[in-house]
Design a protein around this ligand. Structure first.
Ligand code: ADP
Ligand code: MG
Length: 396
């Protein structure tokens, strides 16, 4: 789960990580009020979306007066913002962060991630940060330093000093950097984060260290025990199909292809997507209906898959172990009737009660393409997307 920059900064404040003074605003009036209260001579207006690259995309604007704050806010709120990290249509902006503009001497990059190989929270830092970090990482990888944290002892001072030295922080900046890094580490660990990215970590002209941007991601599997984090979830930033699927206990991830997939089991769902790709097709989604796929669940799965207008064919691939093919078949028939499915539907059933399941489909009087193997099913579904299904066996 991702959170907004303004939320991340509020969390960081609780850990005494220095961030610029500022507050979120949902309207031009509110933005002006926040600016008045800040009482500084320069402001930054920052679009709050769950995507980076805002600086280069026009989502971060300096303002020299409350009037300019109004104008910049008006230009951002209620419009999509397109950045290198959003879809081509952009992400709709509903709120902005109004904060004090600081005088930057230098920008560095500081991140915390979980390194799966070493199974440790790991610092990734670079002495050059800011909006060109991706390029630096590509062209000058030697400028990036990594430091893994032993969970038994936590992040130690000498490790922070090592990273700080790499970031060319010395003198009075050194103890400040150690304090900041340890606070970020605590914030990461105590909240079950999987990513904290401070880019830029700024050195100001008056020699202070400040987190000017903050991106945070949390472990979805641990969210249940962090209500103060799950409360920050912004459904507007998520695919509505994924949100609805989650509410029905379905594991659905929207993708870009045109073959809708309804599968039981995450492993089989992955294999199904691979098989589609092998036949030069593209899956429209990942969907695991889970073990106890009741007719209701299958109907919901169909409905969500078909919300995606790119879907030109649906591939149902069920290997019933705990499931029963006849229940799944009932679900398919019900979904086809209730939803008046117009696209070709390929069904491959295997496992428990497979004969009963096939009988349910055959007796329904509905049109299906049926296949016995995953490979055949994938080939049929890909062909069906272009309407070339004539020579296939169609149940009438
Ligand atoms: P993004 O990463 O989405 O582009 P950032 O928050 O990193 O957005 O902002 C982009 C750039 O804008 C930063 O690298 C920094 O140079 C500048 N900036 C951001 N916040 C401030 C601030 N409070 N004061 C001065 N400059 C800022
Ligand atoms: Mg940034």
């Amino acid at each position: 789960m991702n959170i907004h920059e303004f939320q991340a900064k509020e969390l960081l404040r609780q850990y005494s990580v220095p961030v610029p003074a500022g507050s979120v605003a949902h309207s031009v009036e509110q933005a002006a009020a926040v600016a008045e209260e800040l009482d500084v001579s320069r402001f930054v207006v920052k679009a709050q979306i769950h995507a980076g690259g805002r600086g280069k995309g026009g989502g971060v604007k300096i303002a020299h007066s409350v009037e300019e704050v109004r104008a910049a806010t008006d230009a951002m709120i209620g419009r999509p913002l397109i950045t290198a990290q959003t879809s081509p249509q952009g992400q709709f902006v509903r709120r902005v962060l109004i904060e004090q503009a600081v005088d930057i001497a230098r920008e560095a990059y500081f991140g915390l991630v979980i390194d799966r190989a070493s199974q440790r929270i790991t610092i990734i830092a670079c002495d050059g940060g800011g909006v060109d970090i991706e390029e630096t990482a590509r062209n000058e990888p030697e400028r990036i330093v990594r430091e893994a944290v032993d969970p038994a002892v936590g992040l130690l001072d000498f490790q922070c000093r090592k990273v700080a030295t790499h970031l060319k922080l010395g003198g009075k900046q050194l103890p400040a950097a150690v304090k900041l890094m340890k606070a970020l580490y605590r914030c990461f660990r105590d909240n079950d984060a999987v990513l904290i990215e401070v880019n830029p970590l700024a050195v100001t002209l008056d020699n202070r260290l400040l987190a000017l941007d903050a991106k945070m991601q949390f472990d979805d599997n641990a969210i249940y025990r962090r209500p103060h984090i799950s409360n920050l979830r912004d459904f507007d930033e998520e695919d509505p199909k994924e949100v609805e699927a989650g509410a029905h206990g379905l594991n659905y991830i929207a993708l870009e292809g045109n073959v809708g997939c309804i599968v039981n089991g995450a492993g089989l769902a992955m294999a199904t997507m691979d098989a589609i790709a092998l036949h030069d097709g593209k899956p429209a989604n990942f969907l695991d209906v889970g073990g106890g796929a009741s007719p209701e669940k299958v109907t919901n799965a169909f409905r969500i898959v078909l919300l995606d207008k790119n879907v030109k064919a649906v591939l149902v691939n069920i290997f019933a172990g705990i499931n029963r093919c006849d229940w799944v078949a009932e679900g398919i028939v019900r979904a086809m009737r209730e939803l008046k499915v117009k696209v070709p539907v390929v069904v491959r059933l295997a496992g428990t009660n497979v004969e009963q399941g096939r009988a349910v489909l055959a007796q329904s009087g509905l049109k299906f393409l049926t296949a016995n193997t995953l490979d055949d099913a994938a080939a049929m579904a890909v062909r069906a997307t272009s309407g070339a299904t004539a020579h296939e066996h169609i149940h009438k």
